[in-house]
Design a protein around this ligand. Sequence first.
Ligand code: NAP
Length: 306
Amino acid sequence: MTTRTTPAAAAGTWTLGDLTVNRIGFGAMRLTGSVAFGPGVPGDRDRSIGVLRRAIDLGVDHIDTAAFYFSSRLSANELINRALAPYPDDLVITTKVWPARDPSGAWWWATPEQLRGQVEENLRQLGRDHLDVVNLRIPPSRTTGSIADHFGALAELRDAGLIRHLGVSNAKPEHLAEAQAIAPVVCVQNPLGIGTPAEERELLHRCGEQGIAFVPFFAIAGAGRESGATSAEHPQVLAIARAHGATPAQVRLAWTLRLGPHVLAIPGTGNPDHLEENVAAGTLRLSDDEMARLQTVSSSSPASRT
Ligand SMILES: NC(=O)c1ccc[n+]([C@@H]2O[C@H](COP(=O)([O-])OP(=O)(O)OC[C@H]3O[C@@H](n4cnc5c(N)ncnc54)[C@H](OP(=O)(O)O)[C@@H]3O)[C@@H](O)[C@H]2O)c1
């Protein structure tokens, strides 16, 4: 597969199974409103569709989504379908299953038998006949438990041709090992950004050693998590941003990309200007000295975003 020379290609490519993607991708969670789940300002349909189309123009060929990304008026999957179908041949859409939200927005978690229904819901909403990558998104209640029954059910759906490749999300090293004993894993999607303690980076390194993509989320939002980025920013991030004529969000993204060639960024935004900035972050190269300075930034530091 040939890679177009586009802004999103500036940070290089990685391969998810047999699917090549630019390392700068896009997360669809913010398309549906200002707050990912719960009360917030619902997103603007036309603006979100414009963001998706512009992302493709900029060369984004890896979009992360979920059927449970919806607000009172918008569904991320349906926006993707409306904006981008018929899909470009090289577009890789990654989704995730296990959590779900009922029409009122309340959360529930699928049994292994219910995962097929969740996969089919994604197929319907996206208007596809197979899903490129499906992450098993592990619930907090399974932090220490087995995921074998759920991952085994997804592996069967992969064998049946509904899914091309599998990943895990919110995973611990034990989860990855357990999943790999069942079927190949092409990516791990976990929270990670400047300030993530070193002891929480074991999977980042393990993925690098094994040639598995590590796909961090909350790389910009940091401690703001689902509530999103705040205007408060750490002085080190600000100083490095100023030195490059870049924004703090770009420094945060560039930091993740420097962690290894297997790291794929999926910044989330519903804002067209932020999309341009985020894709352009692929050209920002941080020096070893800057990486060392950012190493000292703690996510819980009073000076950092809270
Ligand atoms: N597997 C999981 O459990 C899981 C959990 C969370 C997220 N995800 C995925 O990961 C993706 C990324 O996570 P995320 O969207 O929560 O966090 P993020 O990419 O770290 O940050 C998004 C937040 O930062 C803001 N933002 C984005 N670009 C910006 C820029 N250039 N300047 C200033 N602010 C900017 C966004 O607001 P604006 O919309 O105003 O730009 C939003 O508040 C999601 O979209 C989703 O696809 C997966």
